[in-house]
Unconditional design. Sequence first.
Length: 263
Amino acid sequence: MDAVNKQLPSISASASAAVVRRQVQPSEAEIVAKLDAGVAREEPQLSPLAKQLSEASARAALRDSLLSRKELAELAAQIRDRIGGANYTSAKEFYDAQKPDTDNVELLDRARHATDFINGTGSNPFRGLSRDQLSLITYDESGSFTVNERRAASWEADAQHQDWARYIIDKMDAERQRTGRSDDALLETIHYYDSLPRIEVAGYGNYEAMIRMQMGAVEIEWPEFNTSLLDMLANEWKPANEREDAAGDEGSAKGLGNEASPS
């Protein structure tokens, strides 16, 4: 009996330790919750714009895989007219009042800033984004961005293109004055257009063939060259209303010329 009593404390201590171990061991649900929390802390939190751009990129990739180059060019023209042509002007009051379907303060503020910018009372909320990011916003038809946001993005893309066009035209001129040719600048032009988003590249037609023809035409005069490739560089990305005004002026000039010429 004494031997049994001597063993009882050790047995009781062992049982108590087992109970304590069972009490401190976390449940499976607790383990999963902790793991999820750790993963959440490790994963970067995307901003609302970054999430929108990621989703728009997936939609653009699908669109580009389904449409031919010609279809992409036609779609791009339709979109640019819708967000910057007569269709936009006729519905401007509606687009100015358009708001994202969300309660996210950041998205609502950005849409308001885009409308302010379009109306000349604020800065462009998309200033400084890359050309690829601006294209994703401009040509996204999902409704994720308001029309004025897409218009603001297209204006920033236009501004960036005009900056590049001035740079490359100056480079062509300097190279031609120095060597009589502009091959380096023309090759850089091809690389530039190749790097654009596919929906934008489609709108330029067979630009590489045209540029390489210019490179091969040694005898071509600079003024004639200036009215082809350089006009494309400088005028292709003007806002629709400016292109229409230019076309109207050109048509008027041709009409006056025809009236002045003898029959």
